[in-house]
Design a protein around this ligand. Structure first.
Ligand code: NDP
Length: 318
């Protein structure tokens, strides 16, 4: 299959749900994909606790277990996983060239599955409690907030959407916005304002998440930036809705990105350069999806990307 050991047929960048699904499909097509696991091996699933909405797991499955199973499945069919992330990439030459530390890898196709990272406040107490009452995914963890008082951080559409969704479970949602004004669209904001379970705090930042020793969120210490007042908010969950950063900056100038840095795709997985479809470079998962951001949709586009690679390599005569 390979004309030299250095030229790969398929290189997959990222080992979250989309990258590993692409690896399973590419491996089963006997393309021996190489997966660079990236900065966060296993992607966002690796920092989630119970996943209850991935089809096929009626009792739910722990995120790290789900992703570990995907890895085993990919390896079983011949995928090679490497604990590394790329230093630079050159998509202007062919075969494409990827530098990983001192190593150069040439490849006939690339699947970009580098994901997006949720923005966090960056407080040590917040980081210690991720998965223990601190979450960046309302769809994943909302169910666990049944009957509880919770907080959502942010003032954009993501925060409004999360707050509205979480009212299905939580008894009270306090939305904490650091500014006076909201970034959210009027319609989303109005919906949230009109909702009787949602309460608002303006000009307010979280200084500390309480409960580190108990490994369970016990409340938030807040600071009102306008009045200087400090207060305690007794909540059992804190959801971040302050946006995501797509991990795509290294492709800038080589493929089209949108204004927020997400990879632009046509038909879900085809990348473009100056609006023209690029052959051999595909993107899947959260690096190209600002809308759904689910494990199952990431897996879906990972599958599509691998099937397109297969077709493309066939056309290339490989
Ligand atoms: P936005 O950039 O629109 O908003 C981010 C919010 O988080 C702002 O209120 C910002 O506050 C706040 N924020 C950022 N960093 C911090 C921090 N460190 N501490 C506290 N607060 C912080 O991001 P979104 O994810 O909400 O939206 C991104 C895009 O996706 C938008 O175009 C949006 O319309 C779209 N979207 C649409 C949805 C829909 O239509 N259903 C749903 C979700 C997103 P500040 O204003 O002070 O900077």
């Amino acid at each position: 299959m390979h004309d030299s050991p250095e030229v790969r047929d398929v290189l997959i960048l990222g080992s979250g749900c989309s990258g590993l699904t692409a690896a399973i499909y590419a491996a089963r097509a006997n393309l021996k994909p190489l997966v660079l696991e990236g900065h966060e091996p296993g992607g966002q699933l690796s920092i989630t606790t119970l996943v209850e909405n991935f089809p096929g797991w009626p009792e739910g499955v722990q995120g790290p277990e789900l992703v570990d199973n995907m890895k085993k499945q990919a390896v079983r069919f011949g995928a090679e996983l490497r604990m590394a992330h790329l230093t630079s990439v050159d998509l202007l030459r062919f075969p494409f060239e990827v530098q990983v530390g001192k190593d150069i890898i040439h490849t006939r196709s690339i699947i970009i599955a580098s994901g997006a990272s949720a923005r966090w406040l960056g407080l040590p107490s917040e980081q210690a409690l991720i998965g223990f009452g601190v979450s960046s995914c309302a769809t994943c963890d909302g169910f666990f907030t049944a009957g509880k008082e919770i907080a959502v951080i942010g003032g954009g559409d993501s925060a409004m959407e999360e707050a509205l969704f979480l009212t299905r479970f939580a008894s009270k949602v306090t939305l904490i916005n650091r500014s006076e004004a909201f970034r959210a669209s009027r319609i989303m904001l109005e919906r949230a304002i009109e909702h009787p379970q949602i309460h608002f705090l303006h000009n307010t930042v979280v200084e500390e998440v309480l409960g580190v020793e108990e490994r369970d969120v016990r409340g938030l210490m807040l600071h009102n930036r306008k009045t200087g007042e400090r207060s305690h908010l007794p909540v059992q969950f804190m959801f971040l809705g302050i946006g995501h950063e797509p991990n795509a900056s290294m492709f800038k100038g080589q493929i089209d990105l949108d204004d927020d840095g997400y990879v632009k795709t046509e038909h879900n997985v085809f990348t473009t350069r100056q609006g023209v479809q690029l052959h051999g470079v595909y993107a899947c998962g959260d690096v190209q999806d600002r809308r759904y951001r689910q494990a199952i949709t990431a897996a879906g586009t990972g599958c599509m990307a691998a099937l397109e690679v297969e077709k493309y390599l066939e056309e290339l005569g490989k």
